[in-house]
Design a protein. Structure first.
Length: 338
């Protein structure tokens, strides 16, 4: 197993393999000849939490992960609950398939949201328009998706039909790692099953229970797809992704708006009522969709909100650290040992 990042890496001989499965605190690392079940080395504990897709180095006994290669891309989501600490769910994903369907579920603004997040994660989005059998005019959906997803490939498919995924397979490459995202019910499992074929059943069979006898059906894992069309990171139970730190992604997804904004008369134009606003003019002349512009503003506000929330979390952490230092200093003065 080779990847670009690996072959460029000067410490190549040290990389032991790639994480293909995550079960609580244990990881499976696929090396050259075998799969190792390993834990995270002590020295890494406060550094980075390894994730499926990571290229890692193991200790000499192949028992612990001692190093994680810098990630080419990182798919994160907000941890459960209201904490703002992001959680890495997949590393080194090349292409994310944004699955949507040709029915009422289809929504341009949601698509833009996904694209923003994916660009920012360092991966490339591809829009997969499923359920072409349900649409009277599939091309209409393709046109709408292409407008919202400027420059991204849009692939219409029918996951239920024999051969209905050929267009998707045609864009897949052997050395790439793929991930599917999308709302519930759009056909992610159906597509995954079709791409994976027999091997998913096998994989699921082996891993039905973990060492403690618990069901581990929500495991994330990396599956090598039959037919040489790459690897897929399967993340059952993954719900809609939340935006996280997606500023760069916003510029990619809305490159048309940012380009227009550069031609506004005022550099700091808010595109509200300023004279010479190129964005407003484009909307009035029908060159820019008002919905698209509104969504751009909405995502921008959301990102600012996240930034603030994160600042608050960081400040709290600082306070706690400070409180601990004070407590320790006080204890030292009192002659107590903690
Ligand atoms: P997920 O929640 O995204 O994993 O969606 P599923 O794969 O579970 O699919 C949800 C439903 O849509 C199931 O009843 C599938 O059989 C159905 N479905 C999936 N792909 C297609 C398709 O191309 N056409 C039609 N008509 N139904 C589909
Ligand atoms: Zn303007």
């Amino acid at each position: 197993m080779k990847n670009e990042q690996n072959s460029e890496n000067t410490s190549q001989e040290l990389v032991s393999g790639r994480i293909i499965c995550e079960t609580g605190t244990l990881f499976e690392v696929r090396g050259e000849d075998e799969v190792h079940r390993v834990a995270v080395g002590r020295s890494l504990l406060n550094e980075v939490r390894p994730a499926v897709g990571d290229w890692v180095t193991l200790d000499e006994n192949n028992e612990r992960i001692v190093a994680v290669e810098p990630r080419k891309s990182e798919i994160v989501r907000q941890a459960a609950g209201n904490r703002t600490k992001p959680q890495t769910i997949a590393a080194n994903v090349d292409v994310v398939f944004v699955v949507t369907s040709m029915n009422q579920e289809f929504n341009e603004s949601r698509l833009e949201r996904y694209l923003t997040m994916i660009w920012n994660a360092g991966a490339t989005p591809v829009v997969v328009l499923n359920k072409s059998d349900l649409a009277e005019d599939p091309q209409d959906f393709v046109d709408r998706a292409e407008l919202a997803a400027l420059g991204c490939p849009v692939v219409p498919v029918n996951a239920l039909e024999d051969g209905g995924l050929e267009a998707l397979r045609a864009v897949m490459e052997p050395d790439k790692t793929y991930l599917l995202v999308g709302s519930s019910g759009v056909g992610k499992s159906t597509i995954t099953n079709a791409l994976v074929g027999e091997s998913l059943q096998e994989t699921a069979g082996i891993r039905e229970d973990d060492d403690e006898g618990r069901h581990t059906t929500t495991n994330r894992r990396l599956i090598e797809l039959p037919g040489g069309i790459g690897s897929l990171i399967d993340t059952p139970g993954m719900r809609e992704l939340q935006l996280w730190d997606a500023e760069d992604g916003l510029s990619e997804t809305f490159a048309d708006i940012e380009e227009l904004a550069e031609t506004c008369k005022f550099r700091d134009c808010q595109h509200e009522s300023e004279p010479g606003c190129a964005v407003r003019r484009a909307i009035e002349e029908g060159d820019l969709d008002l919905r698209r512009f509104s969504n751009y503003l909405k995502l921008q506000r959301e990102l600012e909100f996240h930034d603030k929330k994160r600042d608050v979390a960081a400040t709290r952490a600082e306070h706690r650290k400070f409180a601990r230092v004070v407590k320790e200093a006080k204890a030292a003065k009192d002659g107590k040992v903690y």
